[in-house]
Ligand binder design. Structure first.
Ligand SMILES: *Cc1c(COP(=O)(O)O)cnc(C)c1O
Length: 355
């Protein structure tokens, strides 16, 4: 049989999700908190009304209205929903795709930008961040000039580094290009910073978010705001009914109770500070500043692989980024969990770093 699978696809390795059963799971930036029994009962009551024999509302009007009011999206912007923000990244690229249309981002950053560019046979350019993982102004502006990208993705805060990029420089980037500039605010809840207020100011700006990191990873729901003109065009490549009945109802319910999610976020931010303080006190690692719900650190006295394996043996699962790029050599990333999970991680890490 002829192998019709494109060589670029054959060369990829599939996005790997390790089996986490039996582990303290601190590898995927999930919110560790579940709902109270009372809230869960109310939610299940509501789900009884869902009509699984019917297609969902194709435009999810009610859910969208709750997103505007609960998640601070200006009324002047339009929004589009995706099956996770991963699907939104795919829609943006499908709408601009072409073998002469360059996708640009920074490195290291979220891997899906490059992967989806590859899926769609689009050229991709990744500009290296500076040593402290800030944006390299010169290199970024020169690359824009040279490649004239169609779309630029900037994660704000960045994953996997955790930092926010310089706001004045991002503004300069948006002004320097006619590319669509997508600010990926997957972690905005943990950072108190957003580009949503600047949507009116910049017609090439799109602000993308997800409910995954704020406590609803299981629902698969992302949303993106931009001008009506841009959102209407991107909406044409959206598959009909991409947000299912159960997700629409559950997300509406969750946003009616957004205070619960916000309290969890506040708790996670506090716990992040204690976790970082404790990690800073450990010998053998360098801890990077973070505005997200995870902490990036570099192993100095032992290799990241050794530390990762030791943590795993102690039943703590985090993310090993050591092989993902040269600038992340010996780097590991841990998600902020429950206080008890953070304690278990710190104790396992102390053991892993000891001789
Ligand atoms: C997790 C993450 C996403 C994807 O979120 P989903 O909505 O779960 O698909 C997008 N961008 C960044 C930077 C992320 O870290």
């Amino acid at each position: 049989m002829k192998n019709w699978i494109r060589p670029e696809i054959q060369a990829l390795s599939a996005y790997h999700v390790p089996d986490s059963s039996g582990y303290i799971k601190l590898d995927a930036m999930e919110n560790p908190y579940r709902w109270s029994d009372e809230l869960t009962s109310k939610w299940l009551e509501l789900l009884k009304q869902s009509e699984l024999n019917r297609y969902p509302d194709p435009s999810a009007q009610l859910l969208k209205s709750k997103i505007y009011s609960s998640l601070n999206i200006p009324d002047s912007a339009d929004i589009i929903l995706g099956n996770g923000s991963d699907e939104l990244i795919q829609m943006i690229m499908m709408a601009v795709s072409g073998s002469d249309r360059t996708v640009m981002s920074v490195e290291p950053s979220f891997v899906m930008y490059k992967m989806i560019a590859t899926f769609l046979d689009m050229p991709y350019v990744g500009v290296s961040l500076a040593d402290d993982f800030s944006l390299d102004a010169g290199a970024t502006l020169t690359t824009i000039e040279q490649y004239q990208p169609a779309v630029i993705f900037l994660a704000y805060p960045n994953n996997p580094t955790g930092n926010l990029f310089d706001e004045a420089l991002i503004d300069k980037i948006i002004l320097s290009t006619d590319a669509l500039v997508v600010i990926d605010e997957a972690y905005y809840a943990f950072a108190d910073k957003s580009y949503a207020d600047k949507l009116e100011q910049y017609e090439n700006l799109l602000v993308m978010r997800t409910v995954s990191k704020m406590g609803l990873a299981g629902l698969r729901l992302g949303y993106m705001a931009g001008s009506a003109k841009l959102i209407n065009e991107i909406d044409k490549v959206r598959l009909p009914y991409n947000i299912n009945v159960l997700t629409q109802l559950s997300a509406e319910f969750a946003l009616d109770n957004v205070d619960v999610l916000n309290q969890q976020t506040e708790q996670i931010k506090k716990d992040r500070e204690s976790l970082v303080t404790s990690m800073d006190a450990l010998e053998g690692i360098d801890v990077y500043p973070t505005q997200a719900n995870f902490v990036l650190f570099r192993c100095k006295s032992k290799s990241a692989d050794e530390v990762f394996d030791s943590l795993k043996q102690q039943k703590v699962l985090i993310k090993n980024l050591s092989k993902s790029s040269a600038s992340l050599n010996n780097c590991l990333r841990v998600t902020v969990g429950l206080p008890s999970e953070n304690e278990a991680f710190l104790s396992a890490l102390t053991t892993a770093l000891a001789n």
